[in-house]
Design a protein around this ligand. Structure first.
Ligand code: ADP
Ligand code: YYY
Length: 679
């Protein structure tokens, strides 16, 4: 996940490939509970791994269901199937409303003694409408804290209550209470019809439609009249479907549908394939596909998959402008607002008043970002009209505020395909964690950009100037990849010595051959040589000196070029070494030559070695590093020297943080975003 202050997306040119979307949270928890209430075992595939599903799984174990890992993101649940739940039990449900509400209803009907609690925020989330509905049918539920809110105690004698009158529940505040009743009341439908009546106009009907569709998969058919009266027929029984796939969130899919519609495919296979949600989706937001098609997207699909391709020029590319009532797809429709940037003419999205009261005022948020990109935007209480920048040159490099709204952040990532080749800055990219923590990783795995557009910051300099420390900190702050090229030379030296090859000129060809296929991998902070973790072994002074020797061999340097170029990946790279700016990435827009006095560097290296448990004397270190500087600086190929366009930064009297701040300021100054004006 990118938890940086901002994420700069370079201009993207194409996209293609396959993405498996994570399972929907609310479908995951519905399916888990239904599996737990059924007879038989259910293998649940594509379950979302999240806090909310974890607490549900723990609760199900606690009440006596068996939960077994079934490989990857699958679990096997063996349901109660008419057995009483294990009781008494205390269930901690975190902040998962999708666990608290349905479990309350189900346990109140199953009978036993239970305490249901959660985090402090959960104890501020109302549950009275559900408790009132359950009390109507004789369930005993007490509030353990504030009236109307969890924590709750359920003390219910087992046995099905006789239900003579319809059960009434309010539907105008939240549809989750109705979902909870619909999932629990089949437990009472053995010998009697169950009728639920909704008081008030039912909101969020598409979510009830999801509940009904899932109940049907578990053998429960619910009759429904006008979304006001629901009937569960006598004799209804939960029956496991054996296996079930959790659909991905259809509104999360909208970003990738849009991606396929606007991005060309540079190579085969063409287009974007989405796995996890398909044309037969039970989610209302799947209707986004129709809107995307109306704009020109070429979408095919089947159960659990979609394939999206950009239309041929003139046949849907550039996209067609639309004028659409978006009431049925409120969340996914935000994506249309960004697709409108790639349309010919003005697009109007209507009946979207609910955008104003979501995570943020989404009409205002979208208007702000779109205007910053150069679009003309008109907004009203319940509509937005977007006219794209007339020409490529009218686009602007924008820093987009995201207002702590995951959907705003995901939407504007798509502006990186702009025809002007401008980068886009997404502020607070971590806000996508709400529904799709790895959204940007998934996008960047599909997106392509020419190598010359992928930003690189080079930090070269002599030993112990702080290059590695500063480069790693910068990479972290910018969300960029990090290349520690010195580590590659160190691993080469270690591998050579282990293979019995002394780092002498006579062994150059053999060491170069070894370097050509060097199985080096970086995994977070660890450096692996094959499967051997060499992170510690390569940090000794002896390996450093040997690295300096092998690095003076032209054939070895040539052999390692492709490996180093391979680190240049989206969204950008910070590279640390000796020749990053002079040889490996001469096109880099920022090159820093970091240096410090020999005495300072010897002190730093001394401290570093002591802290890692190696013994060393400052005097020896100072002499050694001066010798190394001399060798690195005088070798025939790629000698250590500042690139012509490098900024020389002597940090003898700077702290690490000050050095990082200096480099970051240089980087920011080179960006096209008017940061101070735009915030
Ligand atoms: N500006 C600085 N002031 C003080 N210590 C620093 C500074 N920069 C780096 N160091 C310390 O010096 C040591 C060497 O830094 P390192 O990043 O390994 O250097 P290099 O990669 O240039 O060889 C580290 O322990 C680091 O914490
Ligand atoms: N891009 C690079 C990186 C390192 N080298 C060589 C020169 C250095 O003495 C060794 C070890 O590099 P490393 O950056 O790990 O060394 P220091 O941590 O600066 O002591 O590799 C190089 O020639 N070119």
């Amino acid at each position: 996940m990118f938890d940086t202050a901002f994420l700069d997306l370079p201009a993207l040119s194409a996209a293609g490939g396959e993405v498996h979307l994570p399972g929907s949270k609310s479908i995951s928890n519905r399916v888990l509970l239904l599996a737990a209430l059924s007879s038989g075992s259910t293998t649940v595939h594509d379950l979302l791994a999240s806090d909310d599903t974890r607490v549900m799984l723990d609760a199900l174990r606690e009440i006596g269901c068996s939960v077994d890992a079934a490989g990857g993101s699958s679990v096997r649940i063996t349901g109660l199937g008419g057995r009483p739940p294990r009781s008494p039990a205390k269930l901690f449900l975190g902040n998962a409303g999708t666990a608290m509400r349905p479990l309350t209803a189900a346990l109140a009907l199953l009978g036993g003694e239970f305490e249901l609690s959660g985090v402090a925020r959960m104890h501020e989330r109302p549950i009275r409408d559900l408790v009132d509905a359950l009390r109507q049918i004789g369930c005993r539920i007490d509030y353990l804290g504030t009236d109307g809110y969890p924590p709750l105690r359920i003390v219910q004698t087992p046995g099905v209550p006789a239900l003579t009158a319809p059960i009434r529940v309010r539907g105008d505040v939240s549809s989750q209470f109705l979902t909870a009743l619909l999932m629990a009341l089949p437990l009472a439908a053995g010998t009697q019809d169950i009728v639920i009546e909704v008081l008030g106009e039912l909101i969020s009907k598409p979510y009830i439609a999801i509940t009904l569709a899932l109940l049907a998969r578990f053998g429960i058919v619910v009759g429904q009249q006008n979304w006001q009266r629901f009937t569960i027929a006598a004799g209804s029984r939960y029956q496991s479907p054996g296996s079930i796939h959790v659909e991905a969130d259809a509104s999360s899919a909208s970003y990738f549908v849009a991606l396929g519609a606007i991005a060309s495919s540079a190579c085969e296979p063409k287009g974007i394939t989405l796995r996890g949600v398909g044309l037969d989706s039970i989610q209302g937001d799947i209707r986004f596909v129709d809107a995307a098609r109306a704009m020109g997207a070429v979408v095919t699909g089947g159960p659990n998959w979609l394939h999206i391709q950009r239309a041929a020029p003139g046949q849907g590319w550039p996209l067609r402008a639309i004028d659409m009532d978006c009431n049925h797809i409120p969340d996914a429709a935000m994506t249309l607002a960004v697709m409108a940037l790639y349309a010919q003419g003005s697009s109007t999205l209507r009946n979207i008043a609910s955008w104003r009261v979501k995570e943020t005022d989404r009409i205002a948020a979208m208007a702000t970002g779109l205007r910053r990109l150069g679009a003309s935007v008109e907004e009203g209480a319940d509509f937005i009209r977007i006219t794209p920048p007339p020409q490529a040159r009218d686009w602007k490099a924008a820093s987009i505020p995201t207002f702590d709204d995951h959907r705003v952040a995901m939407c504007f990532s798509l502006a990186a395909f702009n025809p002007a080749g401008l980068p886009v800055r997404i502020q607070d990219p971590g806000c996508v964690a709400k529904t799709f923590p790895d959204y940007f990783e998934a996008l960047l795995a599909l997106a392509q950009a020419p190598a010359e557009r992928i930003p690189v910051i080079c930090i070269d300099g002599p030993t112990a100037s702080g290059k590695g420390t500063v480069a790693a900190a910068l990479a972290r702050q910018l969300g960029y990849h990090f290349l520690d090229s010195g580590a590659i030379y160190r691993v080469t030296a270690l591998a050579a010595v282990r293979a019995g090859l002394a780092p002498d000129a006579g062994n150059e060809a053999r060491i170069a051959a070894l370097a050509q296929t060097l199985p080096v991998r970086f995994a977070g902070d660890r450096v692996l040589l094959g499967s051997d973790d060499v992170s510690q072994a390569i940090r000794t002074e002896e390996v450093g000196v040997n690295a300096s020797r092998v690095s003076a061999m032209p054939a070895v340097r040539a052999a390692l070029v492709a490996l180093q170029h391979g680190f240049l990946r989206l969204p950008g790279l910070v590279a640390d070494g000796r020749d990053m700016g002079t040889v490996i990435f001469p096109q880099a827009p920022l090159k820093i030559y970091l240096t410090a006095s020999a005495a300072r560097r010897a002190e730093r290296r001394h401290k570093q070695l002591i802290s890692k448990g190696f013994s060393a004397s400052i005097g020896d270190l100072c002499a050694a590093l001066q010798a190394r500087d001399a060798r690195d600086g005088s070798r025939s190929v790629a000698p250590l020297t500042p690139a012509q366009d490098a900024l020389v930064l002597d940090n003898s009297d700077l702290t690490i943080d000050e050095t990082v701040a200096r480099v970051l300021a240089e980087w920011q100054a080179r960006q096209p975003f008017a940061v101070s004006a735009q915030g």
